[in-house]
Design a protein around this ligand. Structure first.
Ligand code: G4P
Length: 190
């Protein structure tokens, strides 16, 4: 997606060969006009598949997933990383480890928001090694729902996530695939 690649080149900053800062338009300050286009692009690609809802993980997946859900006319379910006393009822949980951040969290969703047999579209901001995506797949399986597509805003194609998901039979559509990066240069895969 050309508009996204231009935003990454113009406003993104590779702090080293592995981590891309995009907090000026994606995950701290948010360019909502760009997110609207992101939502349109995902909706266009996944239109044929008859999904029943869009699923994401808090917090940075929420903006692109909201615009996708709006464009597709579908409900949005946000998987939580933190639970609280008011989060009661039947919960499904799995532990996800983030290699980029060196942290772990309990990915959690209420059973009542995923109906067995439904077909969901997962949207997230980044795909690196795929741990969050596989955590989501694990929860979906426990809930009896099918993840029939994954839309990723920025994929770090030099990490293993994409291939792992394709090997697991998932239709992955990434809007910008970063092949490599250094302080002054970001190269994309076509
Ligand atoms: P994985 O899920 O694909 O394995 O990725 P990994 O564990 O390596 O990283 C997960 C977290 O790190 C996610 O944020 C993801 O957005 C973020 N992340 C990964 N690579 C980058 C990067 O190059 N730049 C930036 N800015 N973030 C990156 P999270 O923990 O889910 O946090 P949140 O922002 O969604 O709350």
């Amino acid at each position: 997606m050309q508009m996204l690649k231009e935003a990454i080149v113009r406003n993104g900053k590779a702090i080293n060969q592995d981590v891309l800062l995009v907090d000026s338009f994606l995950n701290h300050q948010v360019d909502v006009a760009l997110m609207e286009k992101v939502g349109e692009e995902f909706a266009e690609y996944f239109r044929e598949k008859n999904f029943s809802c869009v699923v994401t993980i808090e917090s940075s997946g929420i903006a692109p997933a909201s615009f996708t859900a709006l464009e597709m006319g579908l409900p949005l379910v946000i998987m939580k990383k933190q639970t609280s006393r008011i989060m009661t009822g039947d919960l499904i949980q799995t532990t996800v480890r983030s290699f980029t951040k060196g942290t772990s969290y309990e990915l959690t969703v209420k059973k009542e928001f995923l109906t067995p047999g439904e077909k969901v579209l997962f949207i997230d901001d980044f795909l690196a090694s795929g741990e969050a995506a596989f955590g989501m797949l694990h929860l979906a399986k426990s809930a009896g729902v099918e993840v029939a597509g994954m839309g990723i805003v920025i994929e770090k194609a030099f990490q293993a996530g994409h291939q792992r998901l394709v090997d697991a039979g998932i239709d992955v559509y990434s809007l910008a695939r970063v092949k490599s990066m250094s302080e002054n240069h970001i190269e994309f895969l076509d």
